[in-house]
Design a protein around this ligand. Structure first.
Ligand SMILES: CC(C)(COP(=O)(O)OP(=O)(O)OC[C@H]1O[C@@H](n2cnc3c(N)ncnc32)[C@H](O)[C@@H]1OP(=O)(O)O)[C@@H](O)C(=O)NCCC(=O)NCCS
Length: 208
């Protein structure tokens, strides 16, 4: 998802009435991507690499935490996430990341035991209610510790819970970590014709 899409995505409209009245209250669901249990937040997780994290929805008062997270990013991570060499993340931009439209966005964050924000992941649900675009971002000091995998898996579970059928994301060709993470979670990878980018796509109807 590119930077300008967060605040201006006219493709995204509230999902049909009744599809998900309350994003953060979950009934048990069957055949989820990750588990078949209901998800209650905060979720205390130990990643495959043994890091203890707490996963919860992004909140409007997360601006200061987001600021620290963004300060931990390398230019490469910023480029990989936003497809642009952004130098500065002004408050209004951080506020827009923290302001989640629950009708059409799923957004989770991972925190460490001290409350530091380690990463965020979101899925923007399209107008049709069955397609969603993911984006994930982990602070550089915490790459390779299983946090991106946990956040994305949880977002996919919530998306499936909301009857989203297909989730995709665009990834730059040099982004080997994201390509590897996509493969690991069962995304199919396709090079976009006439473009250097990859499209990662997962069909949640086929996941159990
Ligand atoms: C891509 C990104 C989200 C991955 O998150 P992460 O927390 O570092 O990834 P994880 O530790 O969960 O690793 C998941 C898988 O990714 C792969 N991976 C992780 N670190 C890697 C590395 N240094 N080199 C190659 N592959 C790597 C592995 O397959 C790993 O699974 P495994 O450990 O079981 O082999 C993170 O690097 C990031 O935020 N990058 C910048 C922003 C970005 O590129 N976002 C994606 C576009 S939306």
């Amino acid at each position: 998802m590119k930077i300008e899409e967060k605040s201006t995505n006219s493709d995204i409209e509230p999902s049909p009435e009744g599809s998900s009245p309350d994003l953060y209250s979950y009934a048990p669901f069957s055949g989820s991507v990750e588990t078949s249990k209901s998800i209650r937040f905060p979720q205390q997780i130990v990643t495959d690499e043994g890091i203890e994290i707490s996963i919860r929805p992004v909140r409007p008062d997360d601006v200061a935490l987001l600021k620290s997270l963004f300060e931990s990013l390398s230019p490469e991570s910023i480029y990989f996430r936003f497809f642009a060499p952004i130098k500065d993340f002004p408050d209004h931009m951080l506020e827009s990341f923290a302001r989640i439209n629950e009708d059409c966005e799923i957004a989770l964050t991972a925190l460490d035991r001290s409350g530091k924000m380690l990463g965020i992941c979101c899925i923007a649900i399209m107008e049709d209610g069955i397609r969603g675009e993911f984006a994930v971002l982990i602070g550089d000091p915490w790459h390779g510790k299983g946090i991106g995998a946990e956040l994305l898996k949880h977002c996919l579970s919530l998306a499936k819970d909301r009857r989203v059928e297909v989730v995709w994301g665009r990834v730059l060709p040099g982004n080997t970590k994201m390509l590897a993470l996509g493969r690991k979670l069962g995304f199919t990878l396709k090079q976009v014709p006439d473009d250097n980018e990859y499209e990662l796509l997962i069909d949640l109807r086929k996941k159990n």
